[in-house]
Ligand binder design. Structure first.
Ligand SMILES: Cc1cc2nc3c(=O)[nH]c(=O)nc-3n(C[C@H](O)[C@H](O)[C@H](O)COP(=O)(O)OP(=O)(O)OC[C@H]3O[C@@H](n4cnc5c(N)ncnc54)[C@H](O)[C@@H]3O)c2cc1C
Ligand code: FES
Length: 257
């Protein structure tokens, strides 16, 4: 397993409050896996690997103290990286629809690139507004059919990415849908896939401490998101009574989403 202090070699602002940091990582990573990132003096948090290869990358959206500190790091600064962790996507043969909401595009993009056949992967990108749409050009290099939506209509179609995915499933045949985004998006995407009888895999998020299956802070209905996930099948997610309703806080208490 990779566990090192690494120097940031590249910093790219992808969108409003969304930044990619690239660093050397000598480890084999599968699309959909994540790393635990230690920001010296602040915290250690999970981040999907958004670029796979010798110059690996993470793409961070500022939501609180740790993500703000991470985003403010510059080229030449140092951060701790351990991993990769988690199962990653199961990329089957056949036609795939990748659906990413906001920074959920980070693990979705590595899936689209992992398929390596632009004719059998379509990508639906959604965000709250134009400034938060990320990786569109990159998606166009990996897929023949890339569509975008924004909640406020400032870019692409106006509406949710789930409505777009639902429309695409109605006119094209897909063998699997891969989804990552806010839990509410995942919840409605699961329903849309069920309505269209298309199997899906969803990447879930929970608060993580060890990242390695030991502490239990990420458990959802008895499954550890860090070790049994973060990617779960639609059938697994449907059986989760806590999905879309509850998460655990820092003290391990169940709080409403
Ligand atoms: C497997 C995995 C992969 C992730 N990949 C990415 C990524 O590629 N890019 C990215 O920007 N973020 C990603 N995240 C989310 C990221 O880890 C959290 O946003 C971060 O830990 C928040 O830390 P903070 O100190 O900035 O904010 P905090 O102050 O800790 O939290 C801000 C808000 O986010 C909520 N929150 C914090 N952590 C989580 C979590 N894990 N799940 C759900 N809600 C949470 C808090 O309850 C609070 O409402 C991922 C999370 C997981 C579990
Ligand atoms: S974060 Fe410790 S078990 Fe998942």
């Amino acid at each position: 397993m990779f566990s090192k202090a690494v120097k940031i070699e590249q910093r790219v602002e992808e969108g409003k409050g969304i930044t990619t940091l690239r660093f050397p990582m000598d480890a084999k990573v599968r699309p959909g896996q994540f790393v635990m990132v230690w920001i010296p003096g602040v915290d250690e948090i999970p981040m999907s690997v958004s670029f796979i290869g010798a110059l690996a990358g993470i793409t961070v959206k500022e939501v609180g103290e740790a993500t703000r500190a991470l985003s403010s790091l510059k080229e030449g600064d140092v951060l701790g990286v351990r991993g990769p962790y988690g199962n990653g996507w199961h990329l089957p043969p056949g036609r795939v629809l990748c659906v990413g909401g906001g920074v959920g595009m980070a693990p979705i993009m590595t899936a689209a690139e992992g398929i390596a056949d632009r004719t059998r992967v379509d990508v639906a990108i959604g965000a709250r507004n134009a400034g938060e749409i990320i990786f569109e050009e990159r998606a166009r290099r990996a897929s023949d059919d890339v569509r975008t939506t924004t909640d406020d209509g400032s870019y692409g179609l106006k509406g949710t990415v789930v409505a777009l995915a639902d429309q695409m499933m109605k006119v094209k045949r897909y063998d699997v849908v891969l989804g990552c985004g806010p839990e509410i998006m995942n919840r409605y995407l699961l329903k849309a896939c069920k309505d269209n009888s298309v199997p899906c895999q969803l990447s879930l998020e929970r608060l993580m401490k060890c990242g390695a299956g030991l502490c239990g802070s990420c458990v959802i209905d008895g499954l550890r998101v860090c070790a049994d996930g973060p990617v779960f099948t639609g059938e697994q997610v449907e059986r989760m009574t806590e999905f879309g309703r509850w998460k655990r806080d820092d003290a391990g208490l169940r709080v409403s989403l």
